[in-house]
Write a protein that binds this ligand. Sequence first.
Ligand code: UT7
Length: 335
Amino acid sequence: MYHSKITGLGYYVPENIVTNDDLSKIMDTNDEWIQERTGIKRRRHVNSLEDTTTSMGVKAAKIAIDRSGIAKEDIDFIIFATLSPDYYFPGPGVLVQRDLGLKTVGALDVRNQCSGFVYAISIADQYIKTGMYKNILVIGSEVHSRGLDFTTRGRGVSVIFGDGAGAAILSREEDLTKGILSTHLHSEGQYAEELAVIAPGMGKRWVTDIIADNDPNDESYYPHMNGQFVFKNAVVRFSEVIMEGLKANGLEISDIDMLIPHQANLRISQFIQQKFKLNDDQVYNNIMEYGNTTAASIPIALTEAWEKGKIKEGDTVVLAAFGSGFTWGSVIIKW
Ligand code: UT7
C-alpha cells in the first residue's frame, strides 16, 4: 500500500485576454453585471487553431513533468479531464500520448465537467495506492470559447467561461502520512439537464437528424445552465463534501491551510469562506483573471497558489468541486 503525492504542477492559458468590456461590444452585457454576479474581470480565449484542448494540456503537462523531476518516459498512465475535447472521439488522452511522444502507456478520458480534475485525481490516486502505477500525468483542459453562444441569448453562460489548462504529476509516496489522504466523490443525475450541452449526443435522435440539424442557431449545441438552481446546490454540496473529507481524516476546518475551490463563481467561494470562517490566505481564487475554466480551474489555481509560495510542505490542502451532472467531490492532501 502506498500513497500518491503531487510532485509537479503546471498550467497554460492562451495569450488572448477578453475583458468584460470586450464582451459588452458583442452582446447586451456590462462589466458591472459580470463583476457583481461572478467576480470575473477577464478571461482567456484561444484565438487561433494553434491552441486546442489537447495542445494546451500538453503545454501544461510539460511544465508539470519538468517540475516533478521525472523523465517523460517514467509516466505510466495519462488521465485527461475535459468537457471540450478536440474530437467527439477519440478523447484527448491518446492525443497527449502521441504529442508527448510517450511509449504505449494507457490513456483515460474523464467526462465529469467541473468536477473532472477531482475525479481524475481520485482515479490516479487509486492506481498509485495499489502499486499498479508509479507516476501518472493528470490533465484538466478546456476550450470553451469555440462552443459558446456569444449573442445576447447566451449571455447568462458565455460571460462566465474561459479557456485554459492545468496539469499535475502524481507519484508514488511511501510515507503514508504524506500526499493524498482521501478523495470523496458524488453525483446526482436527476439534475443532469440543469447544466448540460445536449448535442451532439446519441440520446434521443438519429445521427442523420443531428447532421441535418447541424445549425449554429440550434440552442442544443450550446451550454444550458439553470444558474440559480446550480448556485443553490453548489453552496450546499461544496460545504458537505469538504466536511466529509475533513471528518474522514479526523481534521477540523481550522486545520485547512489552503482551500482551492473550483472557480465557478467568486460568490460561491466567498460564501464557503465565510461559512467556514477562513481567512483570505486560506482560500485561493483566480476566477477574476480566467473565468470558469471547468476541469482546468483547480489545477490552474493550485499551480498559481504553489508558485506564489502559498502552499508549503506539511500543509493541509483541500480541493473541492461542484458542477454539471451534478457531480461533486473533494480531495484532502498533506503536502
Ligand atoms: O462551474 C459549474 C457550476 N456553475 C455554477 O456554479 C454557476 C452557478 N450560478 C451562477 O454563478 C449564477 O447563477 C450566474 C452568474 C450564472 C447568474 O447570476 P444570477 O445572479 O443567478 O442571475 P440570474 O440568472 O438570476 O439573472 C438575473 C438577470 C436576468 O434578467 P431579469 O430576468 O432579472 O431581467 C438575466 O437575464 O440578469 C440577466 N443576465 C444578464 N445581464 C447582463 C443574465 N446574464 C447576463 C449578463 N449580462 N451576462
